[in-house]
Design a protein. Structure first.
Length: 864
């Protein structure tokens, strides 16, 4: 792009680092000519085969490359050696150049794009060397490529190689955030460049632009090209100056491709204060940095003016700069004269760079959104908008990149995920705005634990993302640079955050579909396939397997130890002195503050130092989930095993628990044991219940419902019928509507009441019968008892009379007996007279039939 102020056609590098060399200047010029010829070569379709070999393979992205290739080489290394004049002879230059196609052929399979590109580079290298032989600069022996070793042969190239290469490409793109993957090749039918990105890979030439697979389940790659009229004009101008050639039929833009190296040409940057190169123009156009076409042309003029300022007027670079500047001006005038309609997409798509207003919300490129999921309405598809445009029919559309939930992927059964974690996929799909449910937000995992985005709507769901997901290989690749996962328009933009007081700890949880693992699955099984549902939707549910862990897979996290127990401070007490020889190291390590509150009169005989059986022992992860306890978690009181005997140490008060540990007090977590912390019981399924959501039909479907029907249902402010996923918690009865029951219910209620009343009467009747029987039995028993008592009294009196008579015979004489007998006789006569008088009075007072007076009228005293 720049040269020293001399007649030379190429920049003269500084000689500060030049090493001693015996190579003549003509050969140095020839080396640079061969190198530039390889840089400038393009295939018939405009593809650059040297793109993969311009820089060394990224060691972090593909470490296995350096295990296979012992002498890595790239065009940039050769260029640096030429500038520093490090070659001792021309053969070293030829050998370094031959290493590039040789290494690519050794590392890649024959059907890969890198292998095929290496053959093209080798052919062009041999052609350029033969031209030097013809010119007499080198001999045929020097021009012959050396034998660098045998190239391995490959058979049965696996079909999964393209997808694997894609995964490596994605990783390598993270390392190169400047994103210089854009070249000048023609676009294919999918709108993507016919090229490879990143280091040499085994991507098949025939499949480098593959889109969907046979069953239509796979749609990965890049978002479609959709240029505004201004962007299309910029692209046309860039391509126009790229194709321009000078009188020698050489591409003139080659001097302006990149800025010179600061370490090689520091004087250039001392004179040029605002450097500009062709690759910077492409990058700024790709990132949509230009607001107007005039801003773009200002940078183009800056690039050429810098070249004219640094180089002499008669130098080839100065002349090329003048010619290209004139050509750029012509292209600018031509493009400005074209109407905007001339830049319409082949399919009739009209870009909407300012976004789409839908339901009162503005959706633009870079926004995170929820897309309706036909398989599960409660789990919309998180996605990011890459394109906004209007379809030929006038419908507003967005092109988005899907993100999968953990339960929609295929992974090992013991893989863990963050709460609300997502994985980025390679699926770019077009959706109508009616399919967009609303906005969400996805954060990179390095920022997720530091805070939350500022100025987002309340209730917006926030996700975290750490990995890409390869749907073909079912692999998870950790994202190194979050900017590489974003649209070009927002890569340089950041969002404000409300930081937490201190970074929060992020704990991973077991897979939500770990329960799908089966006992019969083994490590040698093939990868299971996810369960697909509706077309154009992510999998209904993924799958789990036991296959060996991939080198990129991280092991499952260690169980988090429970916090130390917080025990109440024991009351002051006196501890009797203990002999020093009875202490053990284990006892000396126990803190006094953690000792539980003492309870006296507890024996030490049954206190065993072994861990109680109720404490859970650490175990390997089980594939089958365990149901979490529904009641309050039960923990155990801490215990300190005593090693000394009761004779050596006086018994200390211990917590009031049963010696056999059958009681399990609640609220105190278990202490750490000698072997580690007891793990918490695993949670069966971390899929939380879906939140209450409200859904509406698309406008076309909603309008198809008659207005009189829509008016009978609850609607939003736009008149769309609302659909709820759960019934209401409380239901209010309609106003002025009397409450009542159905006839069937009332009949059943009456029948039931009649049955209850009937059974009640039966119970009462039965109770009365039982009471009468019991009363009769009690009466009979009482009468029987009274008769028995009377009989016993009579017998007792008779016996008493006999005893009295017998005892009195000898004590009283006959005279006393006669007196007693007379008294008894007189008493009997008196009683008899009384009875007779009583009967007479009764007879006198009674009524006699046939008489006209009462007997009471007679004076009984007159009757003798």
């Amino acid at each position: 792009m720049a040269s020293a102020k001399s007649p030379s056609s190429t920049p003269v590098p500084t000689t500060e680092h030049a090493s001693e060399s015996q190579i003549p200047d003509a050969e140095w010029t020839a080396m640079l000519k061969v190198l530039n010829a390889i840089y400038d070569y393009r295939t018939e379709d405009g593809f650059d085969p040297s793109k993969l070999f311009q820089r060394k393979v990224n060691k972090r992205a593909i470490p296995e490359y350096y295990d296979t290739i012992k002498e890595p080489m790239a065009l940039s290394v050769i260029k640096q050696k030429i500038q520093r004049k490090e070659y001792q002879n021309f053969s070293e230059f030829v050998r370094d150049f031959a290493l590039i196609p040789h290494n690519a052929q050794v590392f890649n399979v024959p059907d890969s794009g890198a292998f095929q590109d290496a053959l093209v580079i080798k052919e062009q290298l041999e052609k350029q060397l033969q031209m030097l032989v013809t010119q007499g600069l080198i001999t045929q022996e020097v021009a012959t490529l050396p034998d660098l070793g045998e190239i391995p042969t490959y058979e049965n190239v696996p079909l999964a190689e393209p997808a694997e290469a894609d995964a490596q490409d994605e990783d390598s793109s993270d390392e190169d955030a400047e994103d210089d993957d854009d070249d000048d090749g023609d676009e294919d039918e999918d709108g993507r460049k016919k090229k490879r990105r990143g280091p040499r890979t085994s991507t098949s030439t025939s499949k480098r632009d593959a889109g969907d697979d046979a069953d239509g389940k796979r749609a990965r790659g890049r978002p479609p090209k959709l240029l505004t009229p201004m962007e299309a004009r910029m692209q046309t101008i860039l391509k126009g100056i790229r194709k321009a050639k000078n009188k020698a039929n050489q591409v003139m833009i080659k001097h302006f491709d990149r800025l010179p190296d600061k370490t090689v040409m520091p004087e250039y940057y001392a004179e040029i204060k605002n450097p500009m190169a062709y690759d910077q123009l492409k990058r700024k156009v790709k990132r949509k940095k230009y607001k107007t076409l005039e801003d773009f042309m200002a940078d183009i003029n800056l690039m050429f003016n810098n070249a004219k300022q640094y180089n002499q007027d008669d130098s080839p670079i100065y002349k090329d700069a003048v010619a290209l500047q004139v050509e750029a001006g012509k292209l600018y005038d031509q493009e400005r004269a074209k109407p905007d309609d001339a830049f319409a997409d082949d399919e009739g798509k009209v870009p909407l760079p300012n976004g789409i207003l839908h339901n009162g919300e503005l959706y633009k490129v870079g926004d995170w959104v929820h897309i309706q999921n036909p398989n599960d309405l409660t789990k919309p598809i998180p996605a990011q908008i890459y394109r906004t445009y209007k379809a030929p029919g006038g419908q507003s559309m967005v092109n988005v990149c899907w993100y999968y939930r953990p339960e929609q992927t295929v992974h090992r059964f013991d893989k863990h995920f963050f709460p609300n974690e997502l994985v980025k996929t390679g699926r770019y799909r077009d959706h109508t705005m009616e399919e967009v449910e609303g906005k969400c937000f996805i954060m990179f995992y390095t920022r997720y634990f530091k805070g939350r985005p500022r100025n987002i709507a309340e209730g917006t769901e926030i996700y975290v993302c750490q990995s890409r997901y390869n749907e073909t290989l079912h692999q998870f690749n950790t994202i190194k640079t979050w900017a590489s996962c974003l649209p070009d328009e927002v890569r340089d933009k950041d969002y404000e955050m409300d930081l937490f007081d201190h970074p929060r700890k992020m704990k991973k949880h077991p897979s939500p579909i770990a329960y799908l693992i089966k006992d019969e699955q083994t490590e040698t099984d093939e990868l299971p396939k996810p369960q697909w549902g509706a077309e154009g939707a992510p999998p209904k549910v993924g799958a789990v397997h036991r296959r060996p862990r991939n080198e990129k897979d991280s092991p499952p996290p260690e169980p988090t130890p429970p916090p130390p127990p917080k025990m109440p401070t024991p009351p002051p007490r006196q501890i009797p002195p203990t002999p020093q020889h009875s202490y053990t190291p284990a006892m000396a390590q126990q803190p006094q503050a953690s000792r539980p509150q003492p309870v006296p009169n507890v024996s030490m005989q049954n206190y065993t130092p072994a861990r109680p059986q109720q404490w859970p022992a650490p175990a390997a992860p089980s594939p089958a989930p365990q149901r979490p306890p529904s009641a309050t978690p039960v923990s155990y009181a801490p215990a300190t095993p005593q090693q000394a005997s009761a004779a050596a140490i006086p018994p200390r008060p211990i917590p009031q628990v049963h010696p056999s540990y059958q009681q399990t007090p609640q609220g105190i977590p278990p202490p750490p044991s000698a072997t580690g912390y007891p793990p918490r019981p695993p949670t069966a399924n971390y899929r939380e219940p879906p939140p209450v959501e409200v859904y509406t039909l698309p406008d076309a479907a909603n309008l198809s419902i008659p207005p009189e029907v829509r008016e009978q249902y609850q609607r939003d402010e736009f008149g769309r019928v609302l659909f709820f996923t759960v019934p209401p918690v409380t239901v209010e009865p309609p106003a002025n509507v009397p409450r009542g029951h159905s006839i069937r219910y009332l009949a059943e209620k009456a029948r039931r009441a009649e049955l209850i009343e009937k059974r009640k009467k039966e119970r009462e009747a039965q109770k009365e019968v039982e009471e009468r029987v019991a009363k009769k039995a009690r009466t009979e028993e009482t009468q029987k008892m009274a008769t028995t008592v009377e009989e016993m009294k009579h017998k007792a009196l008779q016996v008493l009379d006999k005893q009295l008579a017998t005892s009195l015979v000898g004590e009283i004489g006959e005279q006393e007996l006669n007196i007693i007998s007379a008294a008894q006789k007189a008493e009997l006569e008196r009683k008899k007279a009384q009875e007779e008088n009583k009967e007479k009075r009764t007879a006198m007072r009674s009524i006699k039939l046939g008489s006209d007076f009462f007997a009471d009228d007679w004076d009984s005293r007159l009757v003798q």
